[in-house]
Design a protein around this ligand. Structure first.
Ligand code: PAF
Length: 278
């Protein structure tokens, strides 16, 4: 497995890949969910293609009061996971190489980024889109894979690729869940044992609510159940159109029921499908 620590090393290695290159962008602190993304990437790459995992804790997607410095960085463990998953190359750029001190160009999206997490995390999606576009331009992948847990991020990246005619395909990977239903996330590491025991109730509340036909009834039920979790503060619970992320007004088209909940030091997000009803 190659460890590529500079942009020019990455570009040099890229030149040696003649078949598909599947990129798995991450911020490290890799867990079972990332392993599932890497396995999916391996399948997409086929036997002659290559898989590259990027590990970069992107400062520009964290707000001033968010957890950039506390974000876990267990590099040795991350590299071991990548090796075990037969990743071909890991791209580990430095922040000073990714962002020059006088960098002045960023990407802004004006529709899908205005809802859900965009309301409480100002500037977050501009940071995500800018770094993902930079990673695409540096690594030139034919495909890139993102998890459906970050549904809004996935929708935004698809929109960016569409609107800027980026020449690659985006694949989504279903949320990897722990046996008790909690969506795998690097931020689960912030939970105390009591919070960790309560956290699966986010998924069970969403599932119970999604079984109701009426959208307002589903939202009421989910809010009530989420607010009943001890120590939890609901940031949002919303039913949105699966691709535009606008409010879901009826069940004629596919939607997502999405929530963000603060639990202790962690802000946990999750979402599940609201299939169209005939
Ligand atoms: O989902 C993440 O881990 C990050 O937002 C991403 C896509 C790697 C960009 O920094």
């Amino acid at each position: 497995m190659r460890q590529l620590r500079t942009i020019s090393a990455m570009r040099g290695w890229r030149g040696s890949v003649s078949d598909r290159l599947v990129l798995v962008p991450t911020m490290g602190a890799l867990h079972h969910g990332h392993a599932a993304l890497i396995r999916r990437a391996r399948k997409l790459a086929g036997k002659n293609g290559a898989v590259c995992v990027s590990i970069f804790v992107n400062p520009t997607q964290f707000g001033p009061k968010e957890d950039f410095s506390a974000y876990p960085r267990p590099l040795a463990q991350d590299l071991a996971l990548c090796r075990a998953e037969a990743v071909d190359a890991v791209f580990l750029p430095k922040a000073s190489d990714m962002y020059l001190p006088d960098a002045s160009v960023v990407l802004q999206e004006s529709s899908l980024s205005q809802t859900l997490c965009g309301r409480s995390r100002e500037g977050h999606f501009s940071g995500v889109l800018t770094v993902v576009a930079k990673l695409f331009l540096i690594t030139l992948p034919t495909h890139a894979i993102f998890g459906e847990k970050d549904w809004q991020q996935l929708a935004l990246i698809r929109r960016m690729v569409r609107d800027l005619n980026m020449p690659l395909e985006i694949a989504g990977c279903p949320t990897f869940r722990e046996p008790d239903g909690l969506a795998a996330s690097s931020r689960n590491a912030y939970l105390t044992p009591a919070e960790r025991a309560a956290a699966p109730r986010i998924y069970s509340s969403l599932k119970k609510a999604a079984a109701l036909r009426s959208i307002p009834a589903a939202l009421r039920a989910a809010r009530r159940d989420l607010e009943a979790i001890s120590g939890a503060r609901v940031d949002y619970i919303e039913a949105v159109d699966a691709s535009t992320l606008g409010p879901l007004r009826n069940r004629n088209s596919p939607g997502r029921l999405a929530a963000a909940v603060y639990l202790g030091k962690a802000r946990l997000i999750d979402n599940i499908p609201l299939p169209a009803l005939s």
